[in-house]
Design a protein around this ligand. Structure first.
Ligand code: B12
Length: 311
């Protein structure tokens, strides 16, 4: 597996471009390390190499290439199911096997969700958790599935009721695990939210789960959170960390204004900003003391620095 830096060096494609191709066009879906960093497989690297070649040799645009790759994938899917999913444990490499198992679970889960079949969907999720544990299940199976569902809704292939049902069922499973994880009383408190009008909460959930697994008491406020009252919450609970996720870049200006006020008022507060909204911004990023951007930091190292016991 390769880090984003390694892939960028190998292929001469900037990291920001790799992230944009993933977020906007779904060219590849690298796995995530426990620290939340992208891990590219050989197959991902081969796909990216091919994308680069198509751009250079045939002058194709990234959108056209994404369509071609999708078309090719759906043509592959016309192969009869029995041929497509061979017996789960007969495949050579570890990585191939997990890709097959992922596909097998997703092939059960997706139809169950769009058919409003909660029982079957929960069984498929239980199977995934028993195979991978909950953290890997969320990163490998459920997060990519939510992205697929979001895409299918946006392209008109799913009705809003199907999208809502599927998203809600998966979000409930996230919350179930989240609530069941113990809080370490020695750890400071964190708050996690998306600003007003931001409804994309998946990245925030993954990060919150990551913090909660480490015993951090995360107050998860979720999507579309008004700024009013957050200062009071920070004081009441002695919040040390604010994790904020933004997908729509238009929301960054009001967020910056809130950050100006809040970091001045609570100089001890650490803020971690994440979400594709920041990657899409053309202008240079604002600098604040104690504010970091998730794609510049190693989650593990950042947590160690921020949550290290005070001397
Ligand atoms: C799923 C989805 C939805 C779901 C959201 C479900 C949910 N509850 O979260 C639904 C269907 C509700 C939805 C609605 C809309 N969506 Co939408 N959606 C998507 C989709 C398919 C995937 C986004 C996603 O969840 N990615 C997976 C997560 C895990 O990735 P991520 O957010 O980048 O997070 C990663 C990192 O950035 C990081 N991270 C993120 N936040 C944080 C925070 C911290 C603190 C840290 C440390 C890390 C971190 O962690 C993650 C893992 O590394 C994308 C298209 C795509 N393929 O990307 C469009 C997309 C994001 N949506 C889009 C739009 C426009 C909308 C809508 C306005 C509807 C529309 N198309 O008309 C609405 C309304 C949303 C709103 N007002 O906020 C646009 C956004 C364009 C833009 N830049 O503004 C996209 C890109 C689609 C497109 N091509 O146009 N959407």
């Amino acid at each position: 597996m390769y880090s984003i830096q390694k892939v960028s060096d190998m292929l001469g494609i900037p990291g920001v471009t790799l992230r944009a191709w993933e977020a906007r066009h779904g060219i590849v879906h690298p796995l995530r390390s426990v620290g939340g960093h992208r891990l590219y497989s050989e197959e991902d690297v081969a796909t990216l190499r091919r994308v680069k070649r198509l751009m250079k040799e045939q002058g194709m645009k990234i959108g056209e290439i994404a369509h071609r790759l999708k078309r090719e994938k759906s043509t592959d899917r016309t192969v009869p199911r029995s041929a497509e999913v061979p017996p789960l444990f007969s495949i050579a490499s570890e990585q191939e096997r997990s890709v097959r198992i992922d596909a097998h679970i997703a092939d059960r889960l997706y139809p169950a969700l769009v058919a409003f079949n909660a029982e079957e969907a929960n069984r498929a999720i239980d199977l995934a958790i028993s195979l991978y544990g909950y953290e890997m299940t969320f990163h490998r199976i459920l997060a990519p599935l939510l992205v697929r569902i979001g895409n299918d809704w946006e392209s008109g292939n799913l009705a809003v009721a199907q999208e809502h049902f599927a998203s809600q069922l998966i979000l409930q499973r996230f919350m179930q695990v989240f609530r069941s994880l113990p809080v370490d009383p020695g750890m400071p408190c964190a708050v996690a939210f998306c600003p007003p009008d931001e409804h994309h909460q998946l990245g925030l959930l993954l990060f919150s789960l990551y913090l909660r697994k480490r015993g951090v008491d995360v107050i998860y406020l979720g999507p579309d959170t008004p700024y009013e009252g957050l200062g009071r919450l920070i004081e009441m609970k002695d919040v040390r960390v604010a994790a904020i996720s933004v997908t729509d870049p238009a929301l960054i200006v009001p967020l910056s204004e809130w950050l100006d006020r809040t970091t001045a008022q609570y100089p001890e507060l650490h803020v971690l900003l994440g979400g594709s909204g920041f990657g899409l911004q053309g202008e240079p990023r604002r600098q604040w003391e104690r504010v970091s951007y998730e794609d510049d930091v190693d989650w593990e190292a950042w947590c160690l620095a921020v949550f290290a016991p005070r001397q």
